[in-house]
Ligand binder design. Structure first.
Ligand SMILES: Cc1ncc(COP(=O)(O)O)c(C=O)c1O
Length: 503
């Protein structure tokens, strides 16, 4: 038997990230070792062949790793320490709102009273869940200025597709067969993808030199074949579209609808509502704005709220208040159908309601105010090294550019982002939006303190100094992480997601 030494004795003070290779569970496996053993009972075991038809049984014995519970826990804990996460430090990924989320929301989602209920349980046995959904829908409509919402979509992009299907259903119900949807050139990639999936063609609208939608270009792109426009406000550069009411009027005048990509809702909570700006359809990324950790592969939720004229088309069934204190599942009369196998990612919905309730209206307004304050603080603090792409007050995120570092020392945005990992910060979003050269997009969110922002600024100052003194070291960064600089293009095209990737 070969014995694999396990890296279990690392000192508590050792750095969390290192180059040691973690063995796989199969490498750690020892025959007949198990994580726990059930007490033998007097109930005779039913042979598997009595439970599963022979045709569905695999005649081969599938190997499983045999490890103790202690080794199993240590293995996954060590792996978790090789990751960067919102619980470990600042994660200023622009456009993604990677904010720290309070743990009480996890406690709510962990309540068996909620998570042990089968989604197929009849309404009479799941009144509590239906009430949660109805209450959340009402609150999301209050925040966005909309009439009703579906909670089914499982993410922002799923919300976008739902919104486009709603747009289509609405126009077609009016006998109006439209062809195009307008999208600004700064938009997130999911927007054009959703338009195409929704059966429309994309018309791109250029931004002006202030980073905003060029109103004249927009007007000239409009016509009777335009089904609508998809916008985020603040836009993906982090700037507020000041001419939004003129945009809304121009699109409505040709019979189009306005779709609000709610990825940036964090910035406007309690200050202005998409409905008041003229939007007709709004998706919200609950996993950005309302207390679900974004990223890490966990489930999200992208509820879609709509103006009164679109309510009848919403996906169904929807939890609905049908009588005094009684709730039931109701499918709207002209529903586009289901967009999720069940009712949505329910525990994300419960988290969001808990977060909204605990903050209250004033608390949500403060979330937006602090997010905007933090982004502007950072933009101003870094202005000598990484100037803003558009030198104006921003909203909850600031799009900076590494062009000066590139021109002086050959250091690109990617080098700065990689070096930040060595400094203990997650990288910002790089090279997005596409319209900004060497873009570095920072979204500090409301959950970071001024001390953390100052530490980030000092880390960037050290990187700028390295750019001057030792640029070659920045091209190799990061060196202190479990995986150092990879060939990004090759890594994306030849993904190896197995243990051999690090061999
Ligand atoms: C502006 C914008 N729109 C849409 C999305 C898609 O959202 P999701 O990742 O929830 O599908 C994102 C994601 O970050 C985004 O930033």
């Amino acid at each position: 038997m070969s014995v694999v030494a396990q890296p279990g004795g690392r000192a508590a003070s050792a750095p969390l990230m290192g180059h040691e290779t973690e063995p796989t569970l199969f490498e750690m496996s020892v025959a007949n070792r198990s994580a726990y053993q059930l007490r033998t009972t007097e109930v005779p075991a039913t042979p598997l062949s009595d439970l599963v038809p022979a045709a569905h049984l695999n005649p081969e014995i599938v190997p499983v790793a045999e490890v103790s519970e202690r080794d199993l826990v240590a293995h996954f804990t060590r792996l978790s320490h090789r990751q960067f996460s919102v619980d470990l430090g600042m994660y200023p990924l622009g456009s993604c709102t990677m904010k720290y989320n309070p743990k009480f929301c996890d406690a709510i989602a962990g309540d068996p009273g909620l998570n042990a209920v089968h989604p197929g349980a009849p309404a009479s046995l799941s009144q509590g869940w239906l009430e949660i959904m109805v209450t959340l829908e009402e609150k999301l409509c209050a925040v966005t200025g909309m009439s009703a919402a579906t909670l089914q979509p499982a993410a922002g992009a799923a919300g976008e597709l739902t919104g486009l299907l709603l747009m289509r259903a609405y126009h077609e119900a009016n006998g109006d067969h439209r062809r195009r949807v307008l999208i600004p050139d700064s938009a997130h990639g999911t927007n054009p993808a959703s338009v195409t999936l929704g059966g429309y063609e994309v018309t791109t609208v250029p931004s002006n030199d202030r980073g905003l939608v060029d109103l004249e270009a927009l007007k000239s792109a409009l016509g009777p074949d335009v089904a609508g426009i998809m916008l985020t406000n603040p836009n993906t550069v982090g700037l507020f579209e000041e001419e939004i009411t003129e945009i809304a009027k121009a699109v409505h005048d040709v019979g189009g609808l306005l779709y609000y990509d709610g990825a940036n809702l964090n910035a406007i909570l309690g200050a202005v509502r998409p409905g008041d700006m003229g939007f007709d359809i709004v998706h919200m990324n609950l996993h950005k704005t309302f207390a679900t950790p974004h990223g890490g592969g966990g489930p999200g939720a992208g509820p879609v709220a709509v103006a009164a004229r679109l309510v009848d088309f919403l996906p169904g069934p929807r939890a609905t208040r049908v009588g005094d204190g009684y709730f039931n599942w109701v499918t709207p009369v002209r529903s586009i159908g289901r967009v999720h196998g069940w009712h949505g990612n329910a525990l994300v919905l419960a988290r969001a309601l808990a977060y909204i309730d605990v903050h209250g209206g004033d608390g949500l307004t403060r979330v937006a105010q602090h997010a905007v304050l933090n982004a502007n603080w950072l933009r101003h603090r870094l202005r000598e090294i990484l100037p803003a792409a558009y030198d104006r007050v921003c909203m909850h995120e600031c799009t900076l550019t590494a062009t000066p570092l590139k021109n002086k020392y050959g250091i690109r945005g990617l080098d700065v982002a990689k070096a930040l990992l060595e400094e203990g910060f997650h990288s910002p979003t790089v090279y997005f939006p596409l319209i900004v050269d060497e873009a570095l997009m920072f979204e500090p969110t409301e959950t970071e303190s001024v001390q953390t922002l100052e530490a980030l600024a000092q880390a960037i100052e050290r990187i700028a100094q390295r750019a001057k003194d030792d640029p070659a070291s920045l091209h190799r960064a990061p060196q202190s992480t479990p995986v150092s600089r990879v060939d990004e293009a090759r890594a994306a095209r030849h993904l190896i997601a197995t243990a051999d990737a690090v061999r």
